[in-house]
Write a protein that binds this ligand. Structure first.
Ligand code: UDP
Ligand code: LCN
Length: 806
């Protein structure tokens, strides 16, 4: 960047820079974000009659393109520049046009001064820096490989085997001797003690099994293998055993990443998994659409079912059936005594359609019953997590008759509990964010003190730092969840460097280039959500009932609005009623476009219809706002608002019925971390218009299998939808083409089979990596513990005090 800046200063663009800087100084706002910077720049270009391509062709335009933020202090301007993904440079532009680099500390101090929270005495403020702990782990170099941690590790480990085969093969041998199931030894026994023996015996065993019929069950020759040093776990048939041994043989002789991955993915080492989803209503019926209960619950339930299936398949292929191996998956959540008709007050609930997957609900310790007996917002949940983890540990050990093999956390609270459990039980920890609130709320860290009463971000962001650094690996649904796009910062990236004025400065909050990050997107439940054209799998009476509910049924207790013309093309959306989901924005976009109203009806499935029924601030505000918009634009006769909570089958059928009517799905969120409704709509065959802010950018390929919208530009969004509608009116095949492409996209890229395979292979390779690298994480974990006890816990205690009087 410094060359680019120098080039500007040395050229005639210097005077443009001067005038633009003066333009910036005249802005009322002292803190400008990217969008605002671009606006000021285009105003400047218009005013000074710059050629149309000035932004693209000039050096200054380039600088502006890379600038994420500009902060003004006195006559200085601080440019926060992101020259490439996951990197940041900061410069001060002074009044006499000198550019000086600034340190991270100077930037954080400047931000503090901006909100009048600066403490000039050095050493007044705690500085958090996780950088040194990553010094001893290998890091990815090229930002485009971020999120492909496992490929990187495989490459790294196999090259290590190649260079230093003695040490790594020793580790591999010890690793293979480690595995047991319920006290039964797997893979290797004491007859194989050295690397040399391993290599010889593998060849012997290959020769032995290759002489047997390929489909002979492994039990028939179990004792011969045992005598050679091999225990169960190599395969269910002679052929499978031979294949596995061949892969090992190849790994010993000529290691490469694919062979390593192929071998480790076959090692039977995971049988018991915990998925922690602590807050919210976690159940199988009647919970969705409530505040805090949305995609995460859908995701975890589907993941549990599919993990069980995959573990069973793997155990069967490994030849462990006769050992009575029964993989078990437990979803750990809180028990809510006042459960409002749901099963959230039940300790144990079997997951439908599984043999051994369970929801285990552990109550919060008794405190003010107004809090602990009821649902608690995720923003208020922090004081209860430590004791919840302690109590859960006992219950998990009882349920599993031992320790689990893998603990997966979900969302900040679940990830913190996963950290506490994994630390105590010495188990591999995996994190899943679903959404990191930090990027959802603008300036949430800078103004944390003002927001504290409502959101308690000081606890949430501290918990995030703890859990993401402690995790052995992290899976994200998209690449941009980690490091954003060329012009926007990623969710994890936003934890790299930030200030929490008067609490701490984070100078290096997370290593984005660490192989711990892996992109593993979720799938969609293919039993509930499938293409509308699969009529043989649809139930006619359901279709008629849902159709009536969507378009004509009059029932003011749960449906608002009567359509003047139910035959118009439906624009459909379904989401929880919170601010970020922005259903009100969609209603407003529809309200402002008379033309859209001429062609279409708007149908929303959104939580509740009445303010009195909601206990959530944001939900109440959104309900009021939606009524207001309907009146303001007089949308009566053109909109239906369904305040219903649908069963899984009904929610699948609803998309299909909309597709029967050649409708479209719109997801208008101001920001969406991933967006399961988008997958659901697309697999059903609905042309989908989704926000360009967040995950949908990776799910949809614009104009190929769906469309991006900018939900802050209402007119532009309406025009995009109208363009599509009129294209379909001229050529009805157009709707079918996009519909089919949407279906294909989901089946090719977003299935639970792909997800679970990848997740399990990650868990295995990270298990092996932890074992072989003997990476000493103890110093990192001690640092993290100090944060937990010295920052998190006292603040949680304070919040608990406040809860006394709720
Ligand atoms: N959902 C539902 N009823 C509602 C609202 C949402 O069944 O009233 C379901 C929806 O089908 C999807 C999930 O809740 O499976 C929402 O997931 P998404 O990832 O779109 O958003 P989140 O709520 O997690 O932010
Ligand atoms: C939470 C969200 O906000 C959504 O974007 C995701 O799709 C969901 O969790 C599942 O990961």
């Amino acid at each position: 960047m410094s060359e680019l800046i120098q080039a500007i200063l040395d050229s005639e663009e210097k005077s443009d820079l001067r005038s633009f800087a003066s333009e910036l100084r005249q802005q009322e706002q002292k803190y400008l974000l990217r969008n605002e910077i671009l606006n000021v720049f285009s105003e400047y270009c218009a005013k000074s009659q710059k050629p149309e391509n000035f932004y693209a062709s000039s050096q200054l335009g380039k600088l502006i393109y890379y600038t994420q933020e500009i902060i003004q202090e006195d006559s200085n301007l601080c440019f926060i520049i992101r020259p490439k993904i996951a990197s940041q440079e900061v410069y001060r532009l002074t009044a006499d046009l000198t550019f000086e680099p600034m340190t991270v500390q100077e930037l954080l101090d400047l931000r503090d001064r901006l909100v009048n929270k600066f403490h000039p005495n050095e050493g007044d403020l705690l500085e958090l820096d996780f950088g040194p702990f990553y010094d001893y782990t290998p890091v990815i170099r090229d930002p485009k490989n971020i999120g492909k941690g496992v490929q990187f590790l495989n490459r790294y480990l196999s090259s290590k085997i190649f260079q230093d085969s003695k040490q790594l093969l020793d580790s591999l041998l010890n690793f293979l001797r480690l595995h047991q199931y319920n006290g039964i030894q797997l893979l290797l026994n004491d007859r194989i003690k050295t690397q040399q023996q391993l290599s010889e015996q593998v060849k012997k065993a290959i020769a032995f099994v290759s002489g047997r019929p390929s489909d002979e069950p492994c039990d028939e020759f179990r004792f011969q293998l045992q005598a050679m040093g091999f225990e169960p776990g190599w395969g269910n048939t002679a052929q499978r055993v031979q294949e596995t041994l061949n892969v090992l043989d190849e790994l010993i002789d000529s290691p490469d990443p694919q062979t390593l991955e192929a071998f480790i993915s076959r090692v039977p080492m995971i049988f018991r998994i915990v998925l922690v989803s602590a807050h919210g209503w976690f159940g199988q019926e009647g919970v969705l659409g409530r505040p805090d209960t949305g995609g995460q619950v859908v995701y975890v339930l589907d993941q549990a079912k599919n993990l069980e299936k995959q573990l069973q398949e793997d155990a069967q292929l490994a030849g462990l059936e006769k050992l009575n191996v029964q993989p078990k998956v437990i979803i750990l959540t809180r028990l809510i005594p006042n459960s409002d008709g749901t099963l959230c007050n039940q300790r144990l609930e079997k997951v439908h359609g599984t043999e051994n997957a369970w929801i285990l609900r552990v109550p919060l310790r008794d405190f003010n019953p107004n809090m602990t007996q009821n649902w608690i917002s995720r923003f208020e949940f922090w004081p209860y997590l430590e004791t919840f983890a302690l109590d859960s540990e006992r219950e998990l050990i009882a349920e599993f008759h031992g320790r689990p093999d893998l603990i997966v956390g979900n969302y900040t609270d679940g990830n913190l509990v996963a950290f506490l459990l994994a630390r105590r039980m010495k188990v591999t920890q995996c994190n899943i964010a679903h959404a990191l609130e930090k990027s959802k709320y603008l300036f949430s860290n800078l103004y944390w003190q003002d927001l504290e009463e409502k959101y308690h971000f000081s606890l949430q962001f501290t918990a995030d730092l703890i859990a993401m650094n402690a995790a052995n690996f992290i899976i994200s649904s998209t690449y941009q969840e980690i490091v954003g796009t060329p012009d926007s910062v990623g969710q994890y990236e936003s934890y790299k460097c930030f200030t929490m004025p008067e609490l701490y400065h984070v100078t290096n909050g997370i290593e984005l280039f660490s192989p711990k990050f892996n992109v593993v997107p979720p799938g969609v439940n293919e039993n509930s959500y499938f293409p509308y054209t699969r009529t043989q799998d649809r139930v006619e009476s359901d279709r008629d009932r849902i159709s009536e509910m969507l378009f004509t049924l009059e029932d003011s207790s749960q449906i608002f609005g009567k359509l003047d013309d139910p035959n118009k093309r439906p624009i459909f959306s379904m989401a929880r009623l919170d601010r970020i989901k922005n259903l009100t924005g969609l209603a407003e976009c529809f309200g402002q476009s008379k033309e859209l109203q001429e062609h279409c009806n708007l149908i929303l499935v959104a939580g509740k219809l009445r303010v009195e029924e909601s206990g959530d601030n944001e939900e109440r505000d959104e309900i009021v706002k939606l009524y207001h918009i309907i009146d303001e634009y007089n949308l009566h006769g053109k909109i239906r608002w369904l305040g219903v909570r649908l069963s899984k089958t009904d929610s699948g059928e609803i998309y299909r019925v909309i597709a029967d009517h050649k409708g479209i799905f719109v997801q208008p969120a101001l920001f969406e971390a991933f967006g399961l409704t988008i997958l659901e709509a697309m697999i059903s065959g609905l042309p989908t218009f989704a926000t360009q802010f967040g995950g949908p950018l990776e799910i949809i390929q614009d104009k190929v299998n769906g469309f991006y919208i900018n939900p802050t530009h209402l007119e532009e969004t309406a025009t995009k939808i109208l363009e599509f509608v009129s294209k379909c009116e001229q050529n009805p095949n157009y709707w079918d083409t996009i519909s089919q492409k949407a279906i294909d996209r989901v089946y090719s890229t977003y299935t639970w089979k792909i997800h679970t395979n990848k997740l399990l292979s990650l868990a295995r390779i990270y298990g092996f990596w932890n074992f072989t690298s003997k990476e000493n994480r103890e110093d990192l974990l001690r640092y993290i513990e100090a944060l937990f006890y010295l920052i998190y816990k006292p603040r949680a205690q304070q919040l608990l005090e406040q809860h006394k009087y709720r």
